[in-house]
Design a protein around this ligand. Sequence first.
Ligand SMILES: Cc1cc2nc3c(=O)[nH]c(=O)nc-3n(C[C@H](O)[C@H](O)[C@H](O)COP(=O)(O)O)c2cc1C
Length: 386
Amino acid sequence: MGSLNLVPASVEDYRRLANKRLPQFLFDYLDGGSYAETTLKNNVADYQKLNLVQTVMRDVSSIDTSSSKLGAVSAMPISLAPIGMAGMFGRRGELQAKQAADAAGIPFTLSTVGICSLEEVAAISNIPFWFQLYMLKDRGAVQEMLQRARDVGVSTLLFTVDLAVLGARYRDKRNGMSGGINTLGKLRSGLDLLSKWSWIQEVGLRGKPHTFGNLANYVPNASRPDDFQAWITQQVDPSVTWKDIEWLRSIWSGQLIIKGVLNPTDAALAIKSGADGIVVSNHGGRQLDCVSSTINALPAIKDAIGDTGTLIVDGGIRSGQDVFKALAQGADHTLIGRPWVYALAAQGQKGVYDTLTAFRSELEISMALTGVTRIEQIDHSVIESK
Ligand SMILES: Cc1cc2nc3c(=O)[nH]c(=O)nc-3n(C[C@H](O)[C@H](O)[C@H](O)COP(=O)(O)O)c2cc1C
């Protein structure tokens, strides 16, 4: 017998609701990956290949999911990953997500290409958040943005390095996001949009302005995300090397985390170049397809850097159990991307908060039934490969 489906219980449930609510081109932009989406699928599937080791008769009456690896105490080792244009998935989406993250006691990360600006997010509360930086050819703009980040109290910077060139996504091409649609295509896209009336009202009309808040000064005549996308495409700097970390270090004294590392050599170079940590990431399977899933890449990277830097992983994490598995494979902390945006699109701030509450409960239950009570106790012994 089928279930009533009255309340979303899993990330997949929120994903389905997001699919109903969002215009097709936006859902696909969020949900999709590059090319055949092999890495996107493997990011998720490879978590399923790890079993937990059930362990009984331990005193698990008091479970503590808090973690303090990154200086500040976090209620659990999870942060919201930076998502460009999050404000297109929910009204002023970055603000709703920040409020949910504050309530759940975990960090929110604002993307360089967020709809809301650093200042708008900072005005929500005085709880600090993280900022994600793309290196732009316009280094003056980079310097100014970092100054603004400092001014609003950001102390952790994620510097994303896996976007030297832009990966191509077939779904975006098919939906005309990369241009080239004919009149019939425009008509079909318009009809789809009209069928998403609640999104039009809530986000399309009440969620304006749809500018990239952090970049508005640099692209003065832009009023739609497309105008900014064009600017970003020509601003992405493919000449960046480890040498540029020195420059970044000279203008950023806070924590510096390099996001988008997927092999042990790069991981060691990142730490050597002066980073405090790395995010093992393949950009959620959106850049180079057919690279390793992040959970598979993790153990060798842990071996390479040991305890010399904070090790964060993202990609394919869809439950608190996956967070537990990531920690068991050597991660200190995790980021979740699509899960929070599906929830935002489906149910706004409440959806994001409920998702985080579910992740915490799943993490607690995984800990209790494998016989560990503190985050630091999670190691290889609690999992096995299938
Ligand atoms: C729609 C979308 C937009 C993203 N935008 C950014 C971004 O602006 N900056 C960045 O560093 N990563 C960006 N990412 C990658 C995420 O930060 C993260 O690495 C990835 O989503 C993790 O995989 P998951 O979605 O499976 O959790 C984006 C991902 C998605 C799905």
